[in-house]
Design a protein around this ligand. Structure first.
Ligand code: SF4
Length: 171
């Protein structure tokens, strides 16, 4: 697995201070019309995700002020076949049970749910921002999903009910 960016103490991608990992590779067809990062479609773009990368992420997650990990892309859910991301998420869950995990996907929750590997990926998430960004539906007042079709979902509740349940944002 490769990644194109790793940001520590990020405040743009999820609630609180976060570690944000931009994973390379997107297999979505057709591609989102307004994709901001076409270079990251290629699975080989950027740097290899190594044990050192994991340790770097874990070092930041140890800070009490850091709320969690955010996964962006590319398309994180198209990077599961080699098992690297899933086993990393399992490690994070075991070592940092108090931290939350958010992910962004160009697919919608229902598509992810219908694919066994992607469903396993969902099982590690707390929050999913789903669906592609559509310029005509742009609304920059919405936190995290900037077009009105995008949903911010509570993943455990959505998995339990097998339908999309919106995440209740804190005040
Ligand atoms: S899923 Fe992400 S990387 Fe893929 S085309 Fe859409 S915005 Fe671009």
């Amino acid at each position: 697995m490769n990644y194109s960016g790793l940001y520590h103490f990020d405040v743009l991608n999820g609630l609180g201070f976060r570690v944000s990992l931009f994973i390379s590779g997107c297999d979505r067809q057709p591609k989102c019309r307004d994709c901001q990062n076409p270079k990251a479609w290629c699975h080989d773009f950027g740097e290899t995700f190594t044990e050192a990368t994991k340790e770097e992420i874990k070092r930041t997650l140890k800070h009490s002020s850091v709320r969690g990990l955010s996964l962006l892309g590319g398309e994180p859910s198209d990077n599961l076949a080699d098992g690297v991301l899933l086993s990393f998420l399992q490690e994070i869950r075991e070592e940092f049970p108090q931290k939350d995990i958010w992910a962004w996907s160009g697919y919608v929750f229902e598509e992810l749910l219908n694919d066994p590997l992607k469903k396993e990926f969902l099982s590690y998430l707390d929050v999913l921002v789903d669906g592609e960004f559509i310029p005509e539906l742009k609304n920059l007042n919405r936190p995290f999903g900037n077009s009105t079709n995008q949903r911010v979902l509570d993943v455990p509740k959505s998995l339990a009910t097998k339908q999309a349940v919106l995440f209740e944002m804190e005040n």
